[in-house]
Design a protein around this ligand. Structure first.
Ligand SMILES: *Cc1c(COP(=O)(O)O)cnc(C)c1O
Length: 360
């Protein structure tokens, strides 16, 4: 039983869809229909309208590549030598944005808190107001998956909008989108991926892009050919290269299931699974890294100092339950249960926590 915070278990109707006869994405008109339906469904899940007036419009795109491609494409499309980027962070993915920015020649200013702390909003205000600062872009992460932390992106956006209405924002919502509400209408580039709350296999990076972000990308004329959203802005004359047909079919089917259930019902299912996971953990004496207030409905990171790998291995060998350890420095101290997408079900959480209880 795969209960990691991505990739998540892929439900049977999605696997069935993937096993159908392969169609050629460049010559078969059926592929265009599937891609169009996929982007319609994605727009609904993102809560955006491509045809909205003015600043409210967001186009959605799905690129062939793992979620990281979306993070890199956002930076590659918006950063050139000298671009000043404020990277707001309280975790590994937040910090990782600074590495992307520097690898494309940008000037990254990392405004960071410890991994068990909230986003440093006062330091954000100070950095935005600092004399001589002239940021073009701010990056941040909604759910820091390695610590199971859901960040208050709305509060950060309030500060950014108050400081400078022209600032572009890039938000990694890879492990929250589809399980938790995301303020996508206030974000210029909002990133998602197929293998988290959508419960499709890894293989597609998704984004909702504002008109002013498109304009900034066009002005910069990105140098990367593959890590680039622009060729996907208008695909009415064809795709820039062969699309990952099976991944597109899978994500379309997965989003169909999600929307049949309804976004509110899906979010409630995530809340219920997360609450149960933490109740069971508390009964075992386990604490979560960010505490109850800031834990994400999509993933729980339990503190298990020095024991994560041993617990992971025993769970896998004796109970056939697959969990994740932490990432980076504290990897051995954190055991993570992914209750996202198809796995956000109380019965699956009960089975997982029964196994964890037995192993502990
Ligand atoms: C999973 C994830 C990604 C995608 O990249 P991986 O290669 O799976 O790490 C990006 N951002 C976040 C926050 C994620 O959880």
């Amino acid at each position: 039983m795969l209960m990691t915070p991505g990739p998540t278990a892929v439900p049977e109707p999605v696997r069935d869809a993937m096993s159908r006869e392969l169609i050629n994405p460049d010559v078969d008109p059926r592929f265009r229909e599937i891609y169009d339906r996929l982007t319609d469904r994605l727009a609904t899940v993102y809560g955006v309208d491509p045809d909205a007036d003015g600043d409210a419009a967001r186009d959605v795109v799905a690129l062939g590549g793992e979620g990281i491609l979306g993070l890199e494409a956002a930076v590659a499309s918006l950063v050139e030598p000298g671009t000043e980027v404020l990277c707001l962070s309280n975790g590994l993915y937040g910090e990782g944005f600074a590495d992307f920015v520097e690898s494309y020649g940008g000037e990254a200013t990392l405004v960071a808190a410890d991994h068990d702390e909230p986003l440093p909003l006062d330091a954000l205000d100070e950095a935005l107001a600092a004399e001589g600062s002239d940021f073009d872009l701010v990056t941040m992460v909604h759910c820091e998956t390695p610590t199971g932390t859901l960040n208050d992106v709305g509060a950060a956006l309030d500060r950014i909008e108050a400081a400078d209405g022209e600032l572009l924002t890039v938000v990694d919502a890879v492990s929250s989108l589809g399980g938790v509400a995301v303020p996508t209408d206030r974000i210029d580039v909002c990133l998602g991926a197929s293998q988290k709350c959508f419960s499709a296999p890894p293989g597609l990076a998704t984004a909702a892009v504002s008109d002013r972000a498109w304009a900034a990308m066009e002005a910069r004329d990105p140098h990367s050919l593959y890590a680039n959203f622009l060729p996907f802005r208008d695909v009415s004359d064809g795709f820039p290269y062969t699309h990952l047909t099976t991944e597109v079919v899978a994500l379309d089917a997965a989003l169909g299931l999600l929307l049949d259930e309804g976004l509110d019902a899906v979010r409630e299912r995530h809340e219920a699974a997360a609450t149960r996971c933490r109740e069971r953990g508390a009964a075992l004496g386990l604490e979560t890294v960010p505490g109850p207030e800031r834990s994400s409905p999509t993933v729980t990171a339990f503190e298990v100092p020095g024991r994560a790998e041993a617990l992971q291995e025993t769970l896998r060998e004796e109970h056939d339950v697959i969990l994740a350890t932490g990432l980076g420095d504290g990897a051995e101290d954190i055991l993570r249960v992914g209750h996202m997408g198809h796995n956000a079900r109380v019965d699956r959480v009960e089975e997982t926590m029964d196994a964890l209880a037995a192993v502990l």
